[in-house]
Design a protein around this ligand. Structure first.
Ligand SMILES: [Zn+2]
Length: 458
């Protein structure tokens, strides 16, 4: 059986080819919707049998949970975000085995993989495996800014969007029930520090490998006999989210690429991602991992080359592209992560905020710059005219940038600037097939419209 999303990728590629590409992840609105609707098939709710004794529950929440059936028990890999959705997945698993849960393995500590563990504990607490570094997903380094991260998280995932504005979250469905998020978390009981830790649980041979990437505390699970590999969130059907616009500390991009290359070396017959559909075709599974690793490495190398040529992040972000043979692979389309955001993250991760240009050592204060921009345009009215014309001509990014100037001007029509910003954001959203960008544009526009944002933000 081949569920390698071949049909979906064809649809996506033909949609891309048919659509007018405006650059980045912007295409015409109809194409954007067609692509996002096609991506929804990656997380339709179902249990996929990927080997005689391995079952993957897709679409019961944002991430996947899997059941490995052994002699006298089952092993669960990842547990979804809360006990409610986990219980539903377990119920679906019970159609295939009613053996007790002997062990749980967490691939990493992100909430959508660990919060439902309690639902799998009908017969007491099983062994729970994770890496020794478990819990260091975000490093705790930016917890002081949790208030703003929370707001940005809501926008990135479109958590407050009305139903008609929702599409998906790139590698997860929209509208998941998160009310019990984290409520079923149970701490790991066995913490692995050895790479390639081997064990036998319920008669099933398992190997656990350290695989820092999306998080530092990640592992992947290898079944040497069945040749099934559980990748966690270092692989899913989308260009990886090397940077999350909700705000993250630097995700070590090179580690991520290396970890996926390490997985590729096993040449799995079956690849089970942390999100989205499993890949059941052995040839596709192995090449997908190698290509994924190569794609990350290529973006890193191109960024480094740009940096060493003295370019700043704004320029490099517009120049770096995936190599032609990788670009249209169904698992590298930018539904979740984007190449330009990855470039900026790598730049900041390696060098910090400063782009090396002395002009940016002490840029003008925004309000003063806006006044000078207005003078340059021939006055506030002229700048306003240009902003309106940009919106009318479909030059939406420019309309946004000019509305952000106008908002600082005492003589400016702030209400108009706000209106233009809302319309430009919605127009950009309609053209986006990158789900976080689309959700963020729409959420922000709604916040602006309902007057939720402070004056600084508009
Ligand atoms: Zn996840």
């Amino acid at each position: 059986m081949k569920i390698s999303s071949g049909a979906i990728s064809l649809l996506v590629i033909s949609a891309l080819a048919a659509g007018t590409v405006f650059g980045g992840t912007q295409v015409d609105p109809e194409t954007a919707l067609t692509m996002l609707n096609a991506q929804n098939r990656q997380f339709e709710q179902k249990v996929v049998k990927v080997a005689d004794n391995v079952f993957v529950a897709v679409g019961f929440h944002g991430a996947n949970t899997s059941m490995i059936v052994g002699d006298d028990g089952v092993i669960i890999v990842d547990t979804l975000k809360g006990p409610g959705s986990a219980a539903k997945a377990l119920q679906a698993f019970r159609a295939y085995s009613d053996k007790p849960v002997k062990a749980i393995i967490y691939t990493h500590s992100h909430g959508d993989h660990i919060g439902g563990a309690a639902a799998f504990m009908e017969n007491g607490t099983p062994d729970i495996y994770a890496t020794a570094g478990f819990g260091s997903a975000e490093g705790g380094i930016n917890k002081d800014v949790n208030p703003v991260k929370g707001k940005r998280n809501v926008r990135q995932f479109g958590r407050k969007l009305p139903a008609e504005q929702q599409t998906n979250r790139g590698v997860a469905p929209a509208g998941t029930d998160d009310t019990d998020g984290g409520k079923g978390f149970v701490a790991p009981t066995i913490r692995i520090s050895e790479d390639g830790y081997k064990t036998v649980i319920a008669g099933v041979e398992l190997e656990l490998y350290l695989s820092p990437g999306e998080t530092d505390d990640a592992l992947f699970v290898w079944m040497p006999n069945e040749k099934v590999l559980f990748a966690g969130d270092n692989f899913y059907h989308s260009f990886p989210n090397l940077y999350a616009i909700r705000g993250t500390a630097y995700r070590d991009v090179l580690n991520w690429s290396d970890s996926v290359a390490k997985m590729a070396a096993f040449k799995p017959q079956v690849l089970v991602p942390g999100h989205t559909m499993p890949i059941l075709d052995p040839a596709t599974a192995a090449t997908a991992l190698q290509n994924y690793s190569d794609a990350i490495r290529s973006v890193y190398d191109q960024t480094v080359k740009g940096i060493n040529a003295g370019k700043g992040p704004d320029q490099i972000a517009h120049e770096v592209e995936l190599p032609a043979h990788l670009k249209d692979q169904p698992y590298l389309i930018e539904f979740y992560g984007t190449v330009p955001h990855a470039v900026r993250a790598i730049y900041a991760g390696l060098l910090g905020w400063y782009d090396g240009n002395p002009t940016t050592l002490n840029p003008l204060e925004p309000k003063l710059k806006a006044r000078k921009m207005a003078d340059l345009a021939g006055g506030t009215q002229q700048l306003t005219k240009q902003m309106n014309a940009a919106l009318e001509n479909g030059d939406y990014q420019w309309a946004l940038e000019l509305s952000d100037q106008l908002k600082w001007l005492d003589a400016g029509d702030r209400q108009l600037a706000r209106r233009v910003k809302i319309e430009a954001l919605r127009a950009l959203a309609a053209r986006e097939y990158n789900a976080p960008n689309r959700n963020y544009y729409l959420s922000y526009a709604n916040e602006l419209e309902s007057g939720q944002l402070s004056e600084v933000w508009f």
